[in-house]
Design a protein around this ligand. Sequence first.
Ligand code: TZP
Ligand code: MG
Length: 225
Amino acid sequence: SNLFQNITPQLMKQHLKLYLVMGSVNCKKDPVEVLSEAIEGGITIFQYREKGDGALEGYEKLQLGKKLQSFCKQNNIPFIVNDDINLALELDADGIHIGQEDGNISEIRKLVGNKILGVSTHNLAEAKEAVNLGTNYIGVGPMYETKTKLDASEVTGPNMIRHLRQNSINIPIVGIGGINQTNLKPVITAGADGVAVISAISASSQPRAVVNKLIETIDESFPNK
Ligand code: TZP
Ligand code: MG
């Protein structure tokens, strides 16, 4: 798909508003059901992150990816693949999200062309590098303690986002890690364009209701609204 190729920073920021990240391991219900409810609730971008104990591999990983991608397509939601560049290319995903240990950012940019490229960052040096290499957005975190990512680095808190903004990091930013309805406001007021969430949505028995609430709280949190 080329709908989101060469995405503008402005459109990227809009789509980062509520970023659902998940795979089968994170879901209380069928992942397809979780995603379709979350889309109905109003998520604005989705990342397929099939990782951890019991994660699907090979053909099964591909098949679930195809199903989730088709729901995203029907609803104009960018479909991003975590880590797996071959899968992103095979599915013709809208983008790829990588961490600091997932390879050379410039090489990955060459492989994925004009697709969305997002990178996880934890400090100003990493954010500056991501900007210089032309990534479309950065994830910053963990904002808060999280049980979802076992090898998560130290909590930075929303202040890291404020620090990046004060140091002229103007690209789209999404906060991640331990975020829920009760603690998201400081992430937005620190300067994030949105929040990325795994367990608050995917481990819920009512993903649609949770997403409705998150959207309402995000809207209330933006300084100009
Ligand atoms: N990267 C930093 S924290 C994290 C990732 C993938 C996990 C976020 O999951 P949750 O359940 O929203 O804390
Ligand atoms: Mg990774």
